[in-house]
Design a protein around this ligand. Structure first.
Ligand SMILES: C=C(O[C@@H]1C=C(C(=O)O)C=C[C@H]1O)C(=O)O
Length: 95
């Protein structure tokens, strides 16, 4: 059985299916960039954590994490906090 663009997108007209298909390509490209930026952030975060641990400090710095959480909350609202918490977990592991 053939899967049509309308099936894949949920659109009810070919015009809407075209809009959705094009916009999804842009979303996939944006997601690739976001993932790349998160990976870059993880690497920079690792440099900071290693420097602190090597100097005798702890991996985690809660006051800094509060600043990061607040930054995301101010920009994106409450879901921004959840996003930042997931990102912090990616960057420093679970606490
Ligand atoms: C990167 C740091 O170390 C840890 C990781 C953080 C981060 O990824 O943003 C923030 C605070 C620390 O728990 C830092 O102190 O800046």
């Amino acid at each position: 059985m053939t899967v049509t663009a309308a099936d894949k997108t949920g659109a009810h007209t070919p015009e809407a299916a075209d809009v959705i298909t094009g916009a999804r390509e842009r979303i996939d490209a944006l997601d690739d960039r976001i993932i790349g930026l998160i990976q870059e952030r993880m690497a920079v975060s690792a440099v900071i954590q290693e420097a602190r641990i090597t100097s005798g400090g702890r991996r985690v710095n809660l006051s800094r994490e509060m600043e990061v959480l607040d930054h995301y909350r101010q920009a994106l609202g409450k879901p921004g906090t959840a996003l930042a918490m997931t990102m912090l977990e990616l960057c420093r592991g679970r606490v």
